[in-house]
Design a binder for this molecule. Sequence first.
Ligand SMILES: [Zn+2]
Length: 361
Amino acid sequence: MSKFLNNKLFRYLSVFLFLNTQFLPVKSSSALAAWALKNNGFLELRTKPNTNLKAYFQRANQIYGDRFWVDFPGELKNPRTIKGNGPIKEIRLGKPNKGKTRLVIEFNEEAYLNPLMWRMVGLNQNRWRIKLFTPKYSFKSIGEGLVEKRIKNIRANQGSSYIKKSVHNYNQLPNVKQNKFSVVLDPGHGGPDPGAIGIGGLRETDVVLEVSKIVEKLLSEKGVKVRLTRKNEVDLDLPPRVSFANNTDADIFVSIHANASRGKRRDINGLETFYFRGWRGRLLAKRIQKQILRVSPGSPDRGVKQGRFYVIKNTRMPAVLVEIGFLTGRLDARRLEKPSHRKRIAYAIAKGILEYLYKVG
Ligand SMILES: [Zn+2]
């Protein structure tokens, strides 16, 4: 109720205004290149260099909750709404009028905000940061790595910061005791069953087989014995995958898949890892999930969950099923079609497995 009284004070608070010398032509694509709302409460934005952004805050009214938004020059092609969690109700990307892009963060009623304390900080000519809430809320980071298909000005800059973050020194994978552990990797689908079909015809069976083979190589180099349930495009049902694993002395079973959303929604991206039972399965899932998220900045964390998939339910050893992204999602698909990203994902899975083996073994 008091909330509605506050609405009488309904006000626009122009919290910050940045003026830079260079305006972009109105018809250009959105100056917003990437954004991430991190679980520490920071909103991070990447824009074209020398972008003029304006940010606003508005208290809740009968229609909307508390809202914070940023306007960018350049028009967004595909408006969309992304579901929030914790203090965030939802995030909307839209074009409020021609030639503009608006990023709106709408808060839930219980969110405690202090917008007078907010300060937008320019980290360099194309990166911005603002702290919107304190990490007392449990919140899973949300973001998009590439808002529009390709923003030429940005690629060079952004490329370097992403690459720096994800340069993998293969020697830095954890060491485990040589010839002690054995792992079964299960590349999902195969043969006549291509699994998910994504943007541009990207096929799950191809992506997960390639990733699995790289994981195999990385683990073998660390002295871990690896067996694959399939090594090429063969038709392989679920029961033989399980009996194959159960007939080995494998310590763990890792099934590798990629997702597709119903209706092939391009705004749905994210990574998730399932286990069926036991603390070991859960620990393994957590280790893998953490690592794959690290190499997929901006892609949502859909979490570690219990799942009743046949292959993880019926295998005897700790078993997980990892979904390495949505082939139907704009952000994930653009990455998963690249061999470089497949390598990064494979590295991440191998790292999660090795961390687990190190801890449990
Ligand atoms: Zn699958």
